[in-house]
Design a protein around this ligand. Sequence first.
Ligand code: NAD
Ligand code: DAU
Length: 339
Amino acid sequence: MKLLITGGAGFIGSNFIFYMLKKHPEYYMICLDKLTYAGNLSTFASVMDSPNFRFVKADVCDRMAVYRLFEEEQPDMVVHFAAESHVDRSIEAPDIFLQTNIIGTAVLMDACRKYGITRFHQVSTDEVYGDLPLDRPNLLFTEETPLHASSPYSASKASADLLVLAYHRTYALPVTISRCSNNYGPYQFPEKLIPLMIINALKGKSLPVYGKGFNIRDWIYVEEHCKAIDLILHEGKNGEVYNIGGDNEMRNIDIVKLICKLLGKPESLITYVADRKGHDMRYAVDFTKIRNELGWKPEMKFEDGIQNTIHWYLDNKTWWEEIIGGEYQNYYEKMYVCR
Ligand code: NAD
Ligand code: DAU
């Protein structure tokens, strides 16, 4: 089995590659990644020389490069992680989100039609459903919830999802889509809530909480997401959408306070800053379908997952110090210092 994994040098994609190399050592994995600011080749140091792993630097929007790779490798399945993934960046500059997340998905699916595959899996997000109110805790996103994206990022992901389903209907392309909630764990780029707070707390820097910090996200340990995708690839039905959730709703402020506690840092580091534009209030995922049909449910408890994550960032300082020492400084200035 040959798997083409796009965006594998990013957070979830790299965790997926590590998971699959262990779970299916007989598979051959090709990672296609543009290595944007969010992609990190050093993540692959331990597997770069594995005979069943190949890294290719390319842009999913580059039709020639994508077709060339398909011609050369003839992958059986494609798992499409590559995307611009940060909501705050999409608010500042939407264009690249439309290009990569929509056009890139179409280019890849055109290659799949041309060269033939057994499955194209679109890694999507619960953000395509928009948000839920805080005062109706029983409301959850199901696969039938209408798409109602709030940010340029989530609108670009929703557009890509519609294209994926259209390619299935029009060209009978064998596709599946997963829509997962907020992931956390090793190798997450420190622009996202949990790694940003861990690193700032370790450095004794202020912890910027948007608005009042009452927004709710459903947190899932990244390996649980990887397990679900593996299951969908092998047992999911063509043309179907599967929600994936952590069954773990938490307010941002409670996460930040917990990180302070676990690191022995004072809550006085917390600084309330201007809210995100169009900020989604609450995400909560109903994952009954994947639980009933494929037998998946999240197993890692948040208390354990967050400890693992904190330990990972403590043990892998070189990985993130290289990141925050570069272009990240300008990003941080622009997003936080002048906020
Ligand atoms: P990430 O930003 O950490 O990684 C994205 C990767 O894609 C990077 O390696 C980057 O170099 C690569 N990439 C970007 N543009 C590219 C292009 N044009 N061509 C090739 N490669 C390109 O993102 P992530 O958090 O790992 O998310 C991966 C996927 O999962 C995304 O599609 C995202 O929408 C989805 N998702 C993320 C979460 C989450 O909580 N992080 C939850 C649900 C779904
Ligand atoms: O739900 C899945 C989505 O989760 C994915 O599709 C996205 O790719 C991923 O980035 C994530 O989106 P969020 O916007 O929910 O994640 P983020 O880590 O950026 O923010 C989580 C919450 O924390 C959100 O309510 C905003 C808040 N926040 C974030 C940052 C970076 C802060 O209060 N302060 C911060 O500095």
